[in-house]
Write a protein that binds this ligand. Structure first.
Ligand code: PHE
Length: 494
């Protein structure tokens, strides 16, 4: 149970609350659920089984598990966990920090009437572009420190006393908060119109390639795949764990959470549209705008207890973010512990301190641009390329059948030969298409119209930098010789 909650904690994150509902709306409402469900069955669950199975079989973090399959592939594991920790976590922690600030802003609705001006001008004090870095915003820095402090404390105490315990508290709490938001927003006037817009299917959209691309990339990001996180978490499972069943529960749970959270988002948007006398389509905005501009406006317009609604909404975002954040820190820390055998407490402290220092750049006035660029590159390139490599490693180098026999051991739900095909062919092909599509768009025009130099320095070089770090890490000798694949894990739980 602790494991399932922890893995769900990693999967359920900021992406489930704001990204999913927006994608759904953009891609033909309820019709989006079709490619989404297909993406989940065809690649989501198979890759979840792959990651959990690999970690469980090899009993180690990503670099160790990859190295046990083949020494020459260790770098790929390092690349995954470095992108997770020094890519995603750095900006993810900054966004969680914004949410922390917004919990407090909710208490007296400090954003006032113009939520857009408040967010961009007053709160972020956004600069003119990614290269105009500007000063550090003290209020954001303060919450950032808190976010890192909490992550540090949880991972510091180890897998059982820290991660498992935190997830056992945070996840049920998160479910309760979302349940309250859903019930509350569905009872608002106009909510049903929002739900209608959210779910009414426009099947003609299914012929657009973009809807499929969005569905597949959302599945990878939402299930926290390709960053070595699930590999690490599964390495702590007891021998007789039922990997396939766990993978199915985690994947379906994550998707259900997204769909349910969508009701809260669109119920509220429906209410707001009605209050402002506008159609719902005019009040829907994208990800960051949805959470920090549109939602605050909706909250201010609530008929009763609006402050409480705000506190609950932003606390839910903070909780969802934190449980994903600790998984990112753990994936990297476990890798260092495995390789160098330093004590967990030292590793986690150094990693968190470095992470905190690194993420300060995202609290500068250009922070939002940096978040945007880095997120785009890590999810469109880092994630996709590592995903392809992972499929090749397990599908072809290790042999998909080999791992399938391992995961089917528990005997409950079993993976059929279709799994082999998915891992060897379908998943890498889908990821290849995503990669091709991103590259194609990349060269056509600079992402979001940012100056090329910022895209290259912040985006491309970050991913390449992580690769260089990974290659160095892999060159280092192991403190203790790698055991055979079935050997007991090296990294300890405490
Ligand atoms: N799955 C998280 C979300 O949906 C994001 C995430 C990706 C977290 C990768 C950890 C690793 O927001």
């Amino acid at each position: 149970m602790g494991f399932i909650l922890a893995a769900m904690g990693s999967a359920v994150g900021l992406g489930n609350i704001w990204r999913f509902s927006y994608l759904c709306y953009k891609n033909g409402g309820g019709a989006f659920l079709i490619p989404y469900a297909i993406a989940m069955v065809v690649v989501g669950i198979p890759l979840m089984v792959l990651e959990l199975g690999l970690g469980h079989k090899m009993r180690g973090s990503a670099p160790m598990s990859f190295a046990k399959v083949n020494r020459h592939w260790e770098w790929c594991g390092w690349w995954a966990v470095t992108c997770a920790m020094f890519g995603i976590m750095l900006y993810y922690s900054a966004v969680i920090a914004w949410c922390v600030n917004y919990v407090f802003f909710s208490i007296n609705l400090s954003w006032g009437a113009d939520t857009k001006a408040f967010f961009f001008q007053q709160f972020l004090q956004i600069s003119d572009g990614p290269l105009q870095i500007g000063d550090i915003r003290a209020p954001i820095l303060l919450s950032l420190m808190t976010v890192w402090g909490v992550c540090w404390m949880i991972v510091f105490f180890g897998v059982q006393k820290g991660l498992e315990r935190a997830n056992k508290i945070f996840m049920p709490l998160l479910f309760c908060l979302i349940a309250i938001l859903v019930v509350w927003s569905l009872n608002l006037k106009g909510a049903m119109e929002g739900i209608r817009v959210y779910l009414s299917p426009d099947f003609s959209q299914l012929s657009r390639p973009q809807i499929w691309i969005d569905a597949f990339s959302q599945i990878f990001f939402s299930l926290s795949l390709a960053f070595g996180i699930m590999v690490t978490y599964a390495s702590y499972l007891p021998r007789k764990a039922d990997i396939v069943q766990d993978a199915v529960v985690i994947s379906i749970g994550d998707c259900l959470f997204s769909v349910i959270a969508g009701f809260a988002v669109f119920g509220t948007l429906g209410y707001m549209a009605q209050a402002l006398g506008k159609p719902v389509s005019e009040v829907v905005t994208q990800s960051i705008g949805l959470a920090f501009v549109t939602y605050p406006e909706a909250i201010s317009n609530m008929p009763a207890f609006s402050k409480a609604f705000g506190v609950i909404f932003f606390s839910a975002l903070v909780l969802a973010g934190l449980t994903s954040g600790i998984s990112l820190v753990e994936a990297f820390s476990a890798a260092i512990i495995d390789k160098f055998h330093f004590s967990r407490k030292t590793v986690v402290s150094v990693v968190c301190l470095t992470g905190f220092l690194g993420s300060i750049i995202f609290t500068a006035k250009s922070g939002l641009f940096w978040v945007d660029i880095l997120d785009h590159f890590i999810t469109n390139y880092g994630l996709v390329i590592i995903g392809i490599l992972e499929c090749i490693l397990v599908g072809w180098v290790l042999g998909a059948r080999h791992l399938r026999e391992h995961v089917n051991h528990a005997g409950g739900i079993v993976m059929t030969r279709f799994w082999d095909i998915s891992v060897r062919v379908i998943a890498p092909a889908v990821l290849g298409i995503l990669l091709f599509n991103s590259l194609h768009n990349e060269f056509r025009a600079p992402y979001e119209g940012y100056p090329w130099v910022s895209i290259i320095l912040i985006g491309r070089d970050w991913v390449v930098g992580a690769l260089i770090v990974a290659l160095f890490m892999a060159m280092y000798p192991w403190k203790r010789a790698l055991e055979s694949e079935e050997g007991s894990g090296l990294h300890n739980k405490s």
